[in-house]
Ligand binder design. Structure first.
Ligand code: RIB
Ligand code: CA
Length: 313
Protein backbone atom coordinates (compact mmCIF):
# COMPACT_ATOMS: atom_id res chain seq x y z
CA UNK A 1 0.00 0.00 0.00
CA UNK A 2 1.33 3.48 -0.86
CA UNK A 3 2.45 5.61 2.10
CA UNK A 4 -0.09 8.15 3.38
CA UNK A 5 0.66 11.71 2.35
CA UNK A 6 0.49 13.88 5.46
CA UNK A 7 1.10 17.42 6.69
CA UNK A 8 2.03 17.73 10.38
CA UNK A 9 0.88 21.02 11.94
CA UNK A 10 2.81 21.44 15.15
CA UNK A 11 4.05 23.53 18.10
CA UNK A 12 7.19 21.62 19.22
CA UNK A 13 7.14 20.73 22.25
CA UNK A 14 8.93 17.53 23.25
CA UNK A 15 5.93 15.32 22.46
CA UNK A 16 5.52 17.00 19.07
CA UNK A 17 9.19 16.20 18.42
CA UNK A 18 8.59 12.49 19.03
CA UNK A 19 5.59 12.58 16.67
CA UNK A 20 7.74 14.14 13.92
CA UNK A 21 10.49 11.56 14.49
CA UNK A 22 7.97 8.70 14.32
CA UNK A 23 6.71 10.03 10.98
CA UNK A 24 10.23 10.49 9.57
CA UNK A 25 11.16 6.96 10.71
CA UNK A 26 8.24 5.38 8.85
CA UNK A 27 8.62 6.11 5.10
CA UNK A 28 6.74 2.94 4.12
CA UNK A 29 3.61 4.23 5.84
CA UNK A 30 4.11 8.00 5.91
CA UNK A 31 5.04 10.44 3.13
CA UNK A 32 5.61 13.66 5.10
CA UNK A 33 4.84 16.39 2.55
CA UNK A 34 5.68 19.17 4.98
CA UNK A 35 5.62 20.47 8.53
CA UNK A 36 3.74 23.69 9.33
CA UNK A 37 4.66 25.34 12.62
CA UNK A 38 2.14 27.26 14.72
CA UNK A 39 2.36 29.29 17.93
CA UNK A 40 1.41 27.16 20.92
CA UNK A 41 3.69 25.59 23.52
CA UNK A 42 6.16 28.38 22.74
CA UNK A 43 5.97 31.33 20.31
CA UNK A 44 6.23 30.76 16.55
CA UNK A 45 9.92 31.77 16.15
CA UNK A 46 10.74 28.87 18.48
CA UNK A 47 8.24 26.31 17.15
CA UNK A 48 9.48 26.76 13.56
CA UNK A 49 13.10 26.51 14.76
CA UNK A 50 12.33 23.45 16.90
CA UNK A 51 10.67 21.68 13.98
CA UNK A 52 13.89 22.16 11.97
CA UNK A 53 16.04 21.00 14.92
CA UNK A 54 14.05 17.75 15.03
CA UNK A 55 14.33 17.19 11.26
CA UNK A 56 18.11 17.68 11.42
CA UNK A 57 18.35 15.36 14.43
CA UNK A 58 16.57 12.76 12.27
CA UNK A 59 19.08 13.36 9.46
CA UNK A 60 16.29 14.73 7.22
CA UNK A 61 17.30 18.35 6.50
CA UNK A 62 15.44 18.16 3.17
CA UNK A 63 12.11 18.12 5.01
CA UNK A 64 10.03 21.19 4.17
CA UNK A 65 9.28 23.27 7.28
CA UNK A 66 6.99 26.31 7.08
CA UNK A 67 6.11 29.00 9.62
CA UNK A 68 2.36 29.52 10.01
CA UNK A 69 0.28 31.71 12.30
CA UNK A 70 1.93 33.45 15.25
CA UNK A 71 -1.25 33.98 17.28
CA UNK A 72 -4.75 32.49 17.69
CA UNK A 73 -7.55 33.72 15.41
CA UNK A 74 -8.94 36.21 17.91
CA UNK A 75 -7.45 35.57 21.33
CA UNK A 76 -4.15 36.37 23.01
CA UNK A 77 -1.59 33.59 22.67
CA UNK A 78 -1.10 31.46 25.76
CA UNK A 79 2.09 29.40 25.86
CA UNK A 80 3.32 26.51 28.06
CA UNK A 81 6.96 27.15 28.95
CA UNK A 82 6.21 25.82 32.45
CA UNK A 83 5.71 22.40 30.85
CA UNK A 84 8.12 22.42 27.89
CA UNK A 85 10.80 24.83 29.15
CA UNK A 86 11.89 28.19 27.73
CA UNK A 87 13.01 26.73 24.40
CA UNK A 88 10.08 24.35 24.03
CA UNK A 89 12.57 21.49 23.68
CA UNK A 90 14.28 21.67 27.07
CA UNK A 91 16.02 18.52 28.24
CA UNK A 92 19.06 17.76 26.05
CA UNK A 93 21.45 20.38 24.67
CA UNK A 94 20.31 21.36 21.16
CA UNK A 95 22.27 22.94 18.30
CA UNK A 96 21.00 25.79 16.10
CA UNK A 97 19.44 24.38 12.89
CA UNK A 98 21.14 25.10 9.56
CA UNK A 99 18.43 23.72 7.25
CA UNK A 100 16.28 26.47 5.70
CA UNK A 101 12.81 27.55 6.72
CA UNK A 102 10.58 27.66 3.63
CA UNK A 103 9.63 31.15 2.41
CA UNK A 104 5.99 30.24 1.82
CA UNK A 105 3.54 30.79 4.70
CA UNK A 106 2.36 27.53 6.27
CA UNK A 107 -1.30 28.30 5.57
CA UNK A 108 -0.56 28.87 1.87
CA UNK A 109 1.36 25.58 1.79
CA UNK A 110 -1.64 23.73 3.25
CA UNK A 111 -4.04 25.27 0.71
CA UNK A 112 -1.68 24.77 -2.25
CA UNK A 113 -0.96 21.15 -1.30
CA UNK A 114 -4.64 20.24 -0.86
CA UNK A 115 -5.44 21.83 -4.25
CA UNK A 116 -2.53 20.23 -6.13
CA UNK A 117 -2.54 16.69 -4.71
CA UNK A 118 -5.31 14.33 -5.94
CA UNK A 119 -8.50 14.85 -3.94
CA UNK A 120 -8.81 12.63 -0.88
CA UNK A 121 -5.12 11.73 -0.69
CA UNK A 122 -3.75 14.18 1.92
CA UNK A 123 -4.13 13.74 5.69
CA UNK A 124 -3.57 16.66 8.06
CA UNK A 125 -2.19 15.99 11.56
CA UNK A 126 -2.71 19.00 13.84
CA UNK A 127 -0.82 18.47 17.11
CA UNK A 128 -0.98 22.03 18.44
CA UNK A 129 -3.57 24.83 18.43
CA UNK A 130 -5.46 24.61 15.11
CA UNK A 131 -4.99 28.22 13.99
CA UNK A 132 -3.23 27.29 10.71
CA UNK A 133 -5.84 24.68 9.76
CA UNK A 134 -8.80 26.92 10.53
CA UNK A 135 -7.26 29.82 8.61
CA UNK A 136 -6.74 27.55 5.59
CA UNK A 137 -10.33 26.23 5.73
CA UNK A 138 -11.75 29.75 6.05
CA UNK A 139 -9.59 31.15 3.23
CA UNK A 140 -10.13 28.19 0.89
CA UNK A 141 -13.37 26.29 1.66
CA UNK A 142 -12.86 24.35 -1.56
CA UNK A 143 -10.13 22.26 0.10
CA UNK A 144 -12.49 20.72 2.70
CA UNK A 145 -13.83 17.90 0.48
CA UNK A 146 -10.28 17.27 -0.76
CA UNK A 147 -8.99 16.34 2.74
CA UNK A 148 -8.59 12.59 3.28
CA UNK A 149 -8.72 12.86 7.09
CA UNK A 150 -7.77 15.21 9.92
CA UNK A 151 -6.06 13.21 12.72
CA UNK A 152 -5.60 15.61 15.61
CA UNK A 153 -4.36 15.60 19.19
CA UNK A 154 -6.68 17.67 21.35
CA UNK A 155 -9.67 17.75 23.63
CA UNK A 156 -10.81 15.68 26.58
CA UNK A 157 -14.01 14.18 27.92
CA UNK A 158 -13.69 11.52 30.64
CA UNK A 159 -10.19 12.79 31.46
CA UNK A 160 -11.41 16.44 31.69
CA UNK A 161 -9.08 19.35 30.95
CA UNK A 162 -5.36 19.87 31.57
CA UNK A 163 -5.23 23.64 31.32
CA UNK A 164 -8.60 24.39 32.93
CA UNK A 165 -11.05 21.97 34.59
CA UNK A 166 -12.90 21.91 31.24
CA UNK A 167 -10.34 22.26 28.47
CA UNK A 168 -7.23 20.68 26.96
CA UNK A 169 -4.40 23.04 25.90
CA UNK A 170 -4.54 22.76 22.07
CA UNK A 171 -8.27 23.49 22.01
CA UNK A 172 -8.17 26.08 24.81
CA UNK A 173 -5.50 28.24 23.15
CA UNK A 174 -7.60 28.72 20.00
CA UNK A 175 -11.18 27.47 20.55
CA UNK A 176 -12.53 29.44 17.57
CA UNK A 177 -10.06 27.63 15.32
CA UNK A 178 -11.02 24.26 16.80
CA UNK A 179 -14.71 25.05 16.24
CA UNK A 180 -14.06 25.80 12.57
CA UNK A 181 -12.26 22.46 12.19
CA UNK A 182 -14.86 20.41 14.10
CA UNK A 183 -17.72 22.09 12.17
CA UNK A 184 -15.98 21.73 8.77
CA UNK A 185 -17.37 18.34 7.76
CA UNK A 186 -13.87 16.97 7.11
CA UNK A 187 -13.39 13.38 8.42
CA UNK A 188 -11.98 13.80 11.96
CA UNK A 189 -10.10 11.37 14.17
CA UNK A 190 -9.41 12.81 17.63
CA UNK A 191 -6.73 11.76 20.14
CA UNK A 192 -7.98 13.42 23.37
CA UNK A 193 -6.41 13.28 26.81
CA UNK A 194 -8.73 10.30 27.44
CA UNK A 195 -6.40 8.21 25.32
CA UNK A 196 -3.08 10.04 25.67
CA UNK A 197 -3.21 9.82 29.45
CA UNK A 198 -3.12 6.03 29.03
CA UNK A 199 0.21 6.27 27.16
CA UNK A 200 2.51 7.17 30.05
CA UNK A 201 6.29 7.47 29.79
CA UNK A 202 7.33 5.03 32.50
CA UNK A 203 10.99 4.62 33.51
CA UNK A 204 11.18 1.28 31.67
CA UNK A 205 9.90 2.89 28.50
CA UNK A 206 12.29 5.82 28.72
CA UNK A 207 15.16 3.42 29.45
CA UNK A 208 14.27 1.60 26.22
CA UNK A 209 14.82 4.86 24.32
CA UNK A 210 18.13 5.47 26.11
CA UNK A 211 19.23 1.87 25.45
CA UNK A 212 19.16 2.63 21.71
CA UNK A 213 22.51 4.35 22.31
CA UNK A 214 21.88 6.79 19.46
CA UNK A 215 21.62 10.58 19.24
CA UNK A 216 17.87 10.24 18.63
CA UNK A 217 17.37 7.75 21.47
CA UNK A 218 19.33 9.94 23.88
CA UNK A 219 17.41 13.08 22.84
CA UNK A 220 14.01 11.40 23.19
CA UNK A 221 14.98 10.00 26.61
CA UNK A 222 16.16 13.44 27.77
CA UNK A 223 13.06 15.15 26.36
CA UNK A 224 10.70 12.71 28.07
CA UNK A 225 12.70 12.92 31.31
CA UNK A 226 12.26 16.70 31.25
CA UNK A 227 8.68 16.74 29.94
CA UNK A 228 7.33 14.21 32.44
CA UNK A 229 8.34 16.04 35.63
CA UNK A 230 5.38 18.46 35.33
CA UNK A 231 2.68 15.82 34.81
CA UNK A 232 4.11 13.41 37.38
CA UNK A 233 4.02 16.14 40.02
CA UNK A 234 0.52 17.28 38.98
CA UNK A 235 -1.11 13.86 38.62
CA UNK A 236 1.12 11.79 40.91
CA UNK A 237 1.43 9.37 37.99
CA UNK A 238 4.39 7.11 37.17
CA UNK A 239 5.03 8.97 33.95
CA UNK A 240 3.76 11.64 31.59
CA UNK A 241 1.33 11.23 28.70
CA UNK A 242 3.11 11.22 25.34
CA UNK A 243 0.25 13.04 23.58
CA UNK A 244 1.19 13.94 20.01
CA UNK A 245 2.80 10.70 18.71
CA UNK A 246 -0.63 9.03 19.15
CA UNK A 247 -1.72 10.71 15.90
CA UNK A 248 1.13 9.33 13.80
CA UNK A 249 0.97 5.94 15.54
CA UNK A 250 -2.71 5.76 14.53
CA UNK A 251 -1.76 6.28 10.89
CA UNK A 252 0.81 3.46 11.13
CA UNK A 253 -1.10 1.00 13.36
CA UNK A 254 -4.77 2.07 13.79
CA UNK A 255 -5.47 -1.19 15.62
CA UNK A 256 -3.64 0.25 18.65
CA UNK A 257 -6.63 2.53 19.29
CA UNK A 258 -10.34 2.19 20.08
CA UNK A 259 -13.02 4.87 20.18
CA UNK A 260 -16.47 5.88 19.00
CA UNK A 261 -17.81 7.95 16.12
CA UNK A 262 -19.76 10.62 17.96
CA UNK A 263 -20.73 14.27 17.98
CA UNK A 264 -18.14 16.66 19.40
CA UNK A 265 -18.81 20.39 19.73
CA UNK A 266 -16.42 23.11 20.89
CA UNK A 267 -17.35 25.65 23.55
CA UNK A 268 -16.32 29.16 22.50
CA UNK A 269 -18.71 31.52 24.31
CA UNK A 270 -18.38 30.74 28.02
CA UNK A 271 -15.13 31.83 29.67
CA UNK A 272 -15.71 29.17 32.37
CA UNK A 273 -15.79 26.29 29.87
CA UNK A 274 -13.89 27.89 26.95
CA UNK A 275 -12.30 25.22 24.77
CA UNK A 276 -14.27 22.30 26.19
CA UNK A 277 -14.80 19.44 23.74
CA UNK A 278 -18.44 18.58 24.46
CA UNK A 279 -18.33 14.92 23.42
CA UNK A 280 -21.70 13.15 23.14
CA UNK A 281 -20.12 9.78 24.08
CA UNK A 282 -23.49 8.34 25.26
CA UNK A 283 -25.34 9.75 22.23
CA UNK A 284 -27.93 11.56 24.37
CA UNK A 285 -28.46 14.25 21.71
CA UNK A 286 -29.49 14.03 18.09
CA UNK A 287 -26.47 16.05 17.03
CA UNK A 288 -24.82 14.32 14.04
CA UNK A 289 -21.58 12.39 14.63
CA UNK A 290 -18.61 14.34 13.28
CA UNK A 291 -15.55 12.73 14.91
CA UNK A 292 -13.94 9.38 15.71
CA UNK A 293 -13.18 10.15 19.37
CA UNK A 294 -10.54 7.79 20.78
CA UNK A 295 -10.70 6.46 24.34
CA UNK A 296 -8.40 3.43 24.58
CA UNK A 297 -4.88 2.53 23.49
CA UNK A 298 -2.66 -0.55 23.57
CA UNK A 299 0.06 1.36 25.45
CA UNK A 300 2.58 -1.49 25.31
CA UNK A 301 2.08 -1.81 21.57
CA UNK A 302 2.40 1.97 21.21
CA UNK A 303 5.74 2.13 23.01
CA UNK A 304 7.01 -0.98 21.24
CA UNK A 305 6.24 0.76 17.93
CA UNK A 306 7.98 3.94 19.08
CA UNK A 307 11.13 2.11 20.23
CA UNK A 308 11.25 -0.02 17.06
CA UNK A 309 10.88 3.01 14.76
CA UNK A 310 13.23 5.32 16.66
CA UNK A 311 15.87 2.57 16.47
CA UNK A 312 15.90 3.10 12.70
CA UNK A 313 17.78 6.43 13.00
O1 RIB B 1 -2.48 19.11 25.86
C1 RIB B 1 -1.41 18.47 25.21
C2 RIB B 1 -1.06 19.18 23.94
O2 RIB B 1 -0.64 20.51 24.23
C3 RIB B 1 0.14 18.53 23.20
O3 RIB B 1 -0.01 18.74 21.82
C4 RIB B 1 1.32 19.31 23.72
O4 RIB B 1 2.40 19.35 22.79
C5 RIB B 1 0.72 20.68 23.83
O5 RIB B 1 0.76 21.28 22.54
CA1 CA C 1 1.79 19.85 20.55
Amino acid sequence: MAPRKIIIDTDPGQDDAVAILLALASPDEIDLLGITAVAGNVPLPLTQKNARIVCELAGKPETKVFAGCDAPLSRTLMTAEHVHGKTGLDGPPMVEPTMPLQDQHGVDFIIETLRSEPSGTVTICPIGPMTNIATALERAPDIVPRIQEIVLMGGAYFEVGNVTPAAEFNIYVDPEAAKIVFDSGAPLTVMPLDVTHKALTTKTRIDAFRALNTKVGDAVAAWTDFFERFDMEKYGSEGAPLHDPCTVAYLIKPELFQGRHINVEIETSSELTRGMTVADWWRVTDRPANAMFMKDIDATGFYDLLAERLARF
